[in-house]
Design a protein around this ligand. Structure first.
Ligand SMILES: *Cc1c(COP(=O)(O)O)cnc(C)c1O
Length: 226
Protein backbone atom coordinates (compact mmCIF):
# COMPACT_ATOMS: atom_id res chain seq x y z
CA UNK A 1 0.00 0.00 0.00
CA UNK A 2 2.72 2.49 0.96
CA UNK A 3 4.74 1.80 -2.20
CA UNK A 4 1.74 2.30 -4.43
CA UNK A 5 0.78 5.54 -2.71
CA UNK A 6 4.35 6.81 -2.82
CA UNK A 7 4.42 6.17 -6.59
CA UNK A 8 1.11 7.91 -7.01
CA UNK A 9 2.23 11.04 -5.12
CA UNK A 10 5.52 11.05 -7.00
CA UNK A 11 3.59 11.05 -10.31
CA UNK A 12 1.38 13.90 -9.10
CA UNK A 13 4.50 15.88 -8.13
CA UNK A 14 5.89 15.37 -11.63
CA UNK A 15 2.61 16.29 -13.30
CA UNK A 16 2.36 19.51 -11.26
CA UNK A 17 5.91 20.43 -12.29
CA UNK A 18 5.18 19.83 -15.96
CA UNK A 19 1.97 21.90 -15.81
CA UNK A 20 3.97 25.00 -14.92
CA UNK A 21 7.05 24.23 -17.01
CA UNK A 22 9.30 23.14 -14.14
CA UNK A 23 11.65 20.17 -14.18
CA UNK A 24 10.52 17.38 -11.80
CA UNK A 25 14.10 17.13 -10.44
CA UNK A 26 13.65 20.62 -8.98
CA UNK A 27 11.19 19.32 -6.40
CA UNK A 28 12.09 16.97 -3.55
CA UNK A 29 9.28 14.84 -2.17
CA UNK A 30 9.71 14.37 1.58
CA UNK A 31 7.86 11.35 2.97
CA UNK A 32 6.52 12.53 6.35
CA UNK A 33 6.67 9.39 8.46
CA UNK A 34 5.87 10.73 11.94
CA UNK A 35 4.04 8.21 14.17
CA UNK A 36 4.49 5.46 11.52
CA UNK A 37 6.44 2.24 12.23
CA UNK A 38 9.79 1.53 10.57
CA UNK A 39 8.25 -1.26 8.45
CA UNK A 40 6.21 1.37 6.63
CA UNK A 41 9.25 3.59 6.15
CA UNK A 42 11.09 0.60 4.70
CA UNK A 43 8.29 0.10 2.18
CA UNK A 44 8.58 3.73 1.10
CA UNK A 45 12.37 3.34 0.94
CA UNK A 46 12.00 0.36 -1.35
CA UNK A 47 9.70 2.40 -3.59
CA UNK A 48 12.51 4.95 -3.88
CA UNK A 49 12.00 7.38 -0.99
CA UNK A 50 15.25 8.73 0.50
CA UNK A 51 13.99 11.89 2.20
CA UNK A 52 11.94 11.35 5.36
CA UNK A 53 10.36 13.99 7.58
CA UNK A 54 9.76 13.67 11.31
CA UNK A 55 8.50 16.17 13.85
CA UNK A 56 10.00 14.70 17.03
CA UNK A 57 13.68 14.42 17.88
CA UNK A 58 13.15 11.15 19.74
CA UNK A 59 11.47 9.54 16.75
CA UNK A 60 14.39 10.34 14.47
CA UNK A 61 16.83 8.97 17.04
CA UNK A 62 14.99 5.66 17.40
CA UNK A 63 14.19 5.11 13.71
CA UNK A 64 17.51 6.18 12.25
CA UNK A 65 19.63 3.19 13.42
CA UNK A 66 17.04 0.72 12.12
CA UNK A 67 16.99 1.98 8.55
CA UNK A 68 19.48 2.32 5.67
CA UNK A 69 22.23 4.88 6.08
CA UNK A 70 21.52 6.76 2.88
CA UNK A 71 18.22 8.14 4.22
CA UNK A 72 18.16 11.92 4.60
CA UNK A 73 16.29 12.90 7.77
CA UNK A 74 14.38 16.18 7.81
CA UNK A 75 13.36 17.73 11.12
CA UNK A 76 10.07 19.48 10.34
CA UNK A 77 8.46 19.94 13.76
CA UNK A 78 8.85 22.59 16.43
CA UNK A 79 12.25 22.12 18.04
CA UNK A 80 12.86 22.91 21.70
CA UNK A 81 16.29 24.28 22.50
CA UNK A 82 16.89 21.56 25.10
CA UNK A 83 16.65 18.91 22.35
CA UNK A 84 19.09 20.60 19.98
CA UNK A 85 22.18 18.82 21.30
CA UNK A 86 20.67 15.42 20.47
CA UNK A 87 19.57 16.28 16.94
CA UNK A 88 22.54 18.26 15.60
CA UNK A 89 24.45 16.01 13.21
CA UNK A 90 21.53 13.65 12.66
CA UNK A 91 19.57 15.62 10.06
CA UNK A 92 20.21 16.85 6.55
CA UNK A 93 17.98 19.88 7.16
CA UNK A 94 16.07 21.48 10.02
CA UNK A 95 12.98 23.11 8.46
CA UNK A 96 11.51 24.58 11.61
CA UNK A 97 13.87 27.27 12.89
CA UNK A 98 11.39 29.74 14.33
CA UNK A 99 13.47 32.02 16.57
CA UNK A 100 16.85 33.67 16.77
CA UNK A 101 17.47 31.91 20.06
CA UNK A 102 16.94 28.50 18.44
CA UNK A 103 19.27 29.40 15.57
CA UNK A 104 21.93 30.46 18.09
CA UNK A 105 21.56 27.23 20.02
CA UNK A 106 21.91 25.13 16.84
CA UNK A 107 24.95 27.24 15.90
CA UNK A 108 26.67 26.63 19.25
CA UNK A 109 26.06 22.87 19.23
CA UNK A 110 27.21 22.64 15.61
CA UNK A 111 30.44 24.51 16.32
CA UNK A 112 31.11 22.15 19.24
CA UNK A 113 30.68 19.19 16.91
CA UNK A 114 32.71 20.83 14.14
CA UNK A 115 29.86 20.84 11.62
CA UNK A 116 27.60 23.32 9.84
CA UNK A 117 23.87 22.59 10.19
CA UNK A 118 21.63 23.34 7.22
CA UNK A 119 18.45 25.17 8.26
CA UNK A 120 15.31 26.83 6.93
CA UNK A 121 13.52 29.70 8.62
CA UNK A 122 9.89 28.88 9.37
CA UNK A 123 7.56 31.72 8.45
CA UNK A 124 4.04 32.10 9.82
CA UNK A 125 2.80 33.52 6.52
CA UNK A 126 -0.90 33.21 7.33
CA UNK A 127 -0.38 34.82 10.79
CA UNK A 128 -2.15 31.98 12.57
CA UNK A 129 -1.93 32.37 16.33
CA UNK A 130 -1.56 28.66 16.90
CA UNK A 131 1.50 28.42 14.66
CA UNK A 132 5.19 28.87 15.27
CA UNK A 133 7.41 30.86 12.95
CA UNK A 134 8.72 34.31 12.17
CA UNK A 135 6.31 36.93 10.91
CA UNK A 136 7.07 37.80 7.31
CA UNK A 137 8.31 41.30 8.29
CA UNK A 138 10.80 39.81 10.77
CA UNK A 139 12.55 37.56 8.29
CA UNK A 140 14.99 40.08 6.80
CA UNK A 141 16.33 41.11 10.17
CA UNK A 142 16.51 37.52 11.41
CA UNK A 143 18.41 36.49 8.28
CA UNK A 144 20.96 39.25 8.79
CA UNK A 145 21.63 38.09 12.33
CA UNK A 146 21.63 34.37 11.62
CA UNK A 147 23.94 34.94 8.66
CA UNK A 148 26.65 35.86 11.20
CA UNK A 149 26.51 32.43 12.85
CA UNK A 150 29.16 30.11 11.43
CA UNK A 151 27.54 26.89 12.69
CA UNK A 152 24.38 27.26 10.61
CA UNK A 153 23.69 27.81 6.93
CA UNK A 154 20.30 29.24 5.95
CA UNK A 155 19.13 27.37 2.88
CA UNK A 156 15.69 28.91 2.50
CA UNK A 157 12.21 29.34 3.94
CA UNK A 158 9.44 27.02 5.11
CA UNK A 159 5.79 27.48 5.98
CA UNK A 160 2.92 25.38 7.27
CA UNK A 161 -0.15 26.68 5.46
CA UNK A 162 -3.55 26.66 7.16
CA UNK A 163 -5.72 23.57 7.05
CA UNK A 164 -8.26 24.21 4.30
CA UNK A 165 -10.84 22.19 2.36
CA UNK A 166 -9.98 23.77 -0.95
CA UNK A 167 -6.26 23.85 -1.73
CA UNK A 168 -6.76 26.95 -3.90
CA UNK A 169 -7.38 28.88 -0.69
CA UNK A 170 -3.70 28.41 0.16
CA UNK A 171 -2.40 29.71 -3.16
CA UNK A 172 -1.97 33.29 -1.81
CA UNK A 173 -0.05 31.89 1.17
CA UNK A 174 2.40 30.10 -1.13
CA UNK A 175 2.69 33.13 -3.39
CA UNK A 176 3.52 35.30 -0.40
CA UNK A 177 6.26 32.97 0.83
CA UNK A 178 7.73 32.69 -2.67
CA UNK A 179 7.77 36.48 -3.02
CA UNK A 180 9.52 36.86 0.34
CA UNK A 181 12.04 34.18 -0.70
CA UNK A 182 12.80 35.92 -4.01
CA UNK A 183 13.08 39.30 -2.21
CA UNK A 184 15.55 37.92 0.35
CA UNK A 185 17.62 36.30 -2.38
CA UNK A 186 17.71 39.50 -4.41
CA UNK A 187 19.01 41.42 -1.39
CA UNK A 188 21.73 38.79 -1.11
CA UNK A 189 21.56 38.73 2.69
CA UNK A 190 22.06 34.99 2.56
CA UNK A 191 25.35 35.14 0.61
CA UNK A 192 23.73 33.02 -2.08
CA UNK A 193 23.06 29.96 0.06
CA UNK A 194 19.25 30.02 -0.25
CA UNK A 195 17.77 27.60 -2.77
CA UNK A 196 15.02 25.79 -0.84
CA UNK A 197 11.37 26.67 -0.48
CA UNK A 198 9.62 24.08 1.71
CA UNK A 199 5.83 24.32 1.40
CA UNK A 200 2.87 22.10 0.60
CA UNK A 201 1.45 18.99 2.33
CA UNK A 202 -0.97 16.23 1.32
CA UNK A 203 -3.91 18.57 0.79
CA UNK A 204 -2.16 21.28 -1.19
CA UNK A 205 1.26 20.18 -2.48
CA UNK A 206 0.31 20.59 -6.14
CA UNK A 207 -0.67 24.23 -5.65
CA UNK A 208 2.57 24.76 -3.68
CA UNK A 209 4.61 23.33 -6.58
CA UNK A 210 2.79 25.59 -9.03
CA UNK A 211 3.82 28.49 -6.80
CA UNK A 212 7.49 27.53 -6.60
CA UNK A 213 7.98 24.94 -3.82
CA UNK A 214 11.25 23.03 -4.09
CA UNK A 215 10.37 20.66 -1.22
CA UNK A 216 6.93 19.27 -0.43
CA UNK A 217 6.17 17.39 2.80
CA UNK A 218 3.61 14.63 2.32
CA UNK A 219 2.50 12.35 5.15
CA UNK A 220 -1.10 11.16 4.96
CA UNK A 221 -1.01 10.83 1.17
CA UNK A 222 1.81 8.28 1.42
CA UNK A 223 1.35 6.53 4.79
CA UNK A 224 -2.38 6.97 5.39
CA UNK A 225 -4.20 8.73 8.23
CA UNK A 226 -2.45 9.15 11.57
C1 LIG B 1 2.64 16.29 9.61
C2 LIG B 1 3.30 17.34 8.82
C3 LIG B 1 3.26 17.33 7.42
C4 LIG B 1 2.51 16.29 6.61
O1 LIG B 1 1.14 16.49 6.71
P1 LIG B 1 0.11 15.63 5.82
O2 LIG B 1 -1.11 16.49 5.76
O3 LIG B 1 -0.10 14.34 6.53
O4 LIG B 1 0.71 15.46 4.48
C5 LIG B 1 3.96 18.31 6.74
N1 LIG B 1 4.64 19.28 7.40
C6 LIG B 1 4.70 19.33 8.74
C7 LIG B 1 5.48 20.41 9.40
C8 LIG B 1 4.03 18.37 9.49
O5 LIG B 1 4.09 18.44 10.83
Amino acid sequence: MVARQYDEIKKRVEAACLRVGRRPEEVTLIAVSKTKPVEMLREAYEAGARDFGENKVQEILTKEPELPEDIRWHMIGHLQTNKVRQIVGKTCLIHSVDSLHLAETIHKESVKKGIVTQILLEVNVAEEESKFGFHAEEVENALKQIQELSGVCVRGLMTIAPFVDNSEDNRPVFQKLNKLYVDMKSKNIDNGTMNILSMGMTGDFEVAIEEGATMVRVGTGIFGAR
